[in-house]
Write a protein that binds this ligand. Sequence first.
Ligand code: TXA
Ligand code: MG
Length: 318
Amino acid sequence: MTEVSSNISRAVDLLNQDKLVAIPTETVYGLAGNIYSEKAIKGIFEMKQRPLFNPLIVHIYDIRQVRELTTDFPEKAQKLAQKFWPGSLTLILPKNEKVPNLITANKNSVGIRMPDHSVTLELLAQLEFPLAAPSANPFSRISPTTAQHVKDYFNDKLELVLDGGPCKNGIESTIVGFENEEPVIYRLGSISQEEIEEVIGKVNINNQEKNAPIAPGMVEKHYAPRTKTVLVENVSDYLQANRHLKIGILLHQKIDDEQLAHTVKYLTSTSDIKEAASLLYASLHELDALNLDIIVAQKFPDSGIGKSLNDRLTRATK
Ligand code: TXA
Ligand code: MG
């Protein structure tokens, strides 16, 4: 049985033995291993059933570690790191020869982030190596935002989930890379495009599946419940037109006719998008367990974090 505990020294022991431990971060839980251990890294890909062409993010606790892993730390990247680390920003930077190719799927870049979670920062400080950690869900499924979600996915396969409580942001980090010195967002996430642009000016978004060679994780079907899921502007209209279905609805704003749904979930009672983000995956996990015919999610305003949430929900509907 997978142990769920907040025992950091136990996590240190396991990681020092090339084993995997699920770790809390402010975005989602990660499935972590020593970046220099081939055994651990292969284990991560296997446990997640993740294709080997999809690289892993390296987690650090001290900005000076960037220099140990990369050949260049551009000025704009430094500005972003200073502003947002520890926090939900992953920087894609040119890797040096110390970073194993298994982690980066043979790319010449590496994704690096400093998570904003005291338990994991403490853990990283006690280790002699950074941790590679993708989200702790099987490939294409909903990311975990509680220790229990991870246990439900990997019970018996994983020795320890380090419990750090529910993830306060609830969606993955925003990924920023550089092409000919120009910043590019490869994945929208917890930090909005607007917040990034306040620090370094205009940034393009390049997060389509057709660009998968650059950001291999942007496959269209992702973050998906097993239950069919749709994202709509007008949930009332959908309920009216589909009275025969057992529907679960996911709302951030009040609607008429909510009694037509089998289950109603509010992600926030005050239209607070940050609160909605923090509860999105947990609510999808809950609705997915109810044997519904369909999950109907209400579209968010297409700006700020709302844009990231629409992106996740769109991928969940494929
Ligand atoms: O919030 C997060 O980022 C979480 C927590 C655990 O830190 N991690 C996470 O990892 O979401 P994962 O593996 O589920 O998603 C990482 C994404 C993938 O889409 C991957 O393709 C992309 O980052 N990525 C990693 N290294 C890359 C690189 N060198 N170039 C382009 N994309 C990269
Ligand atoms: Mg993931």
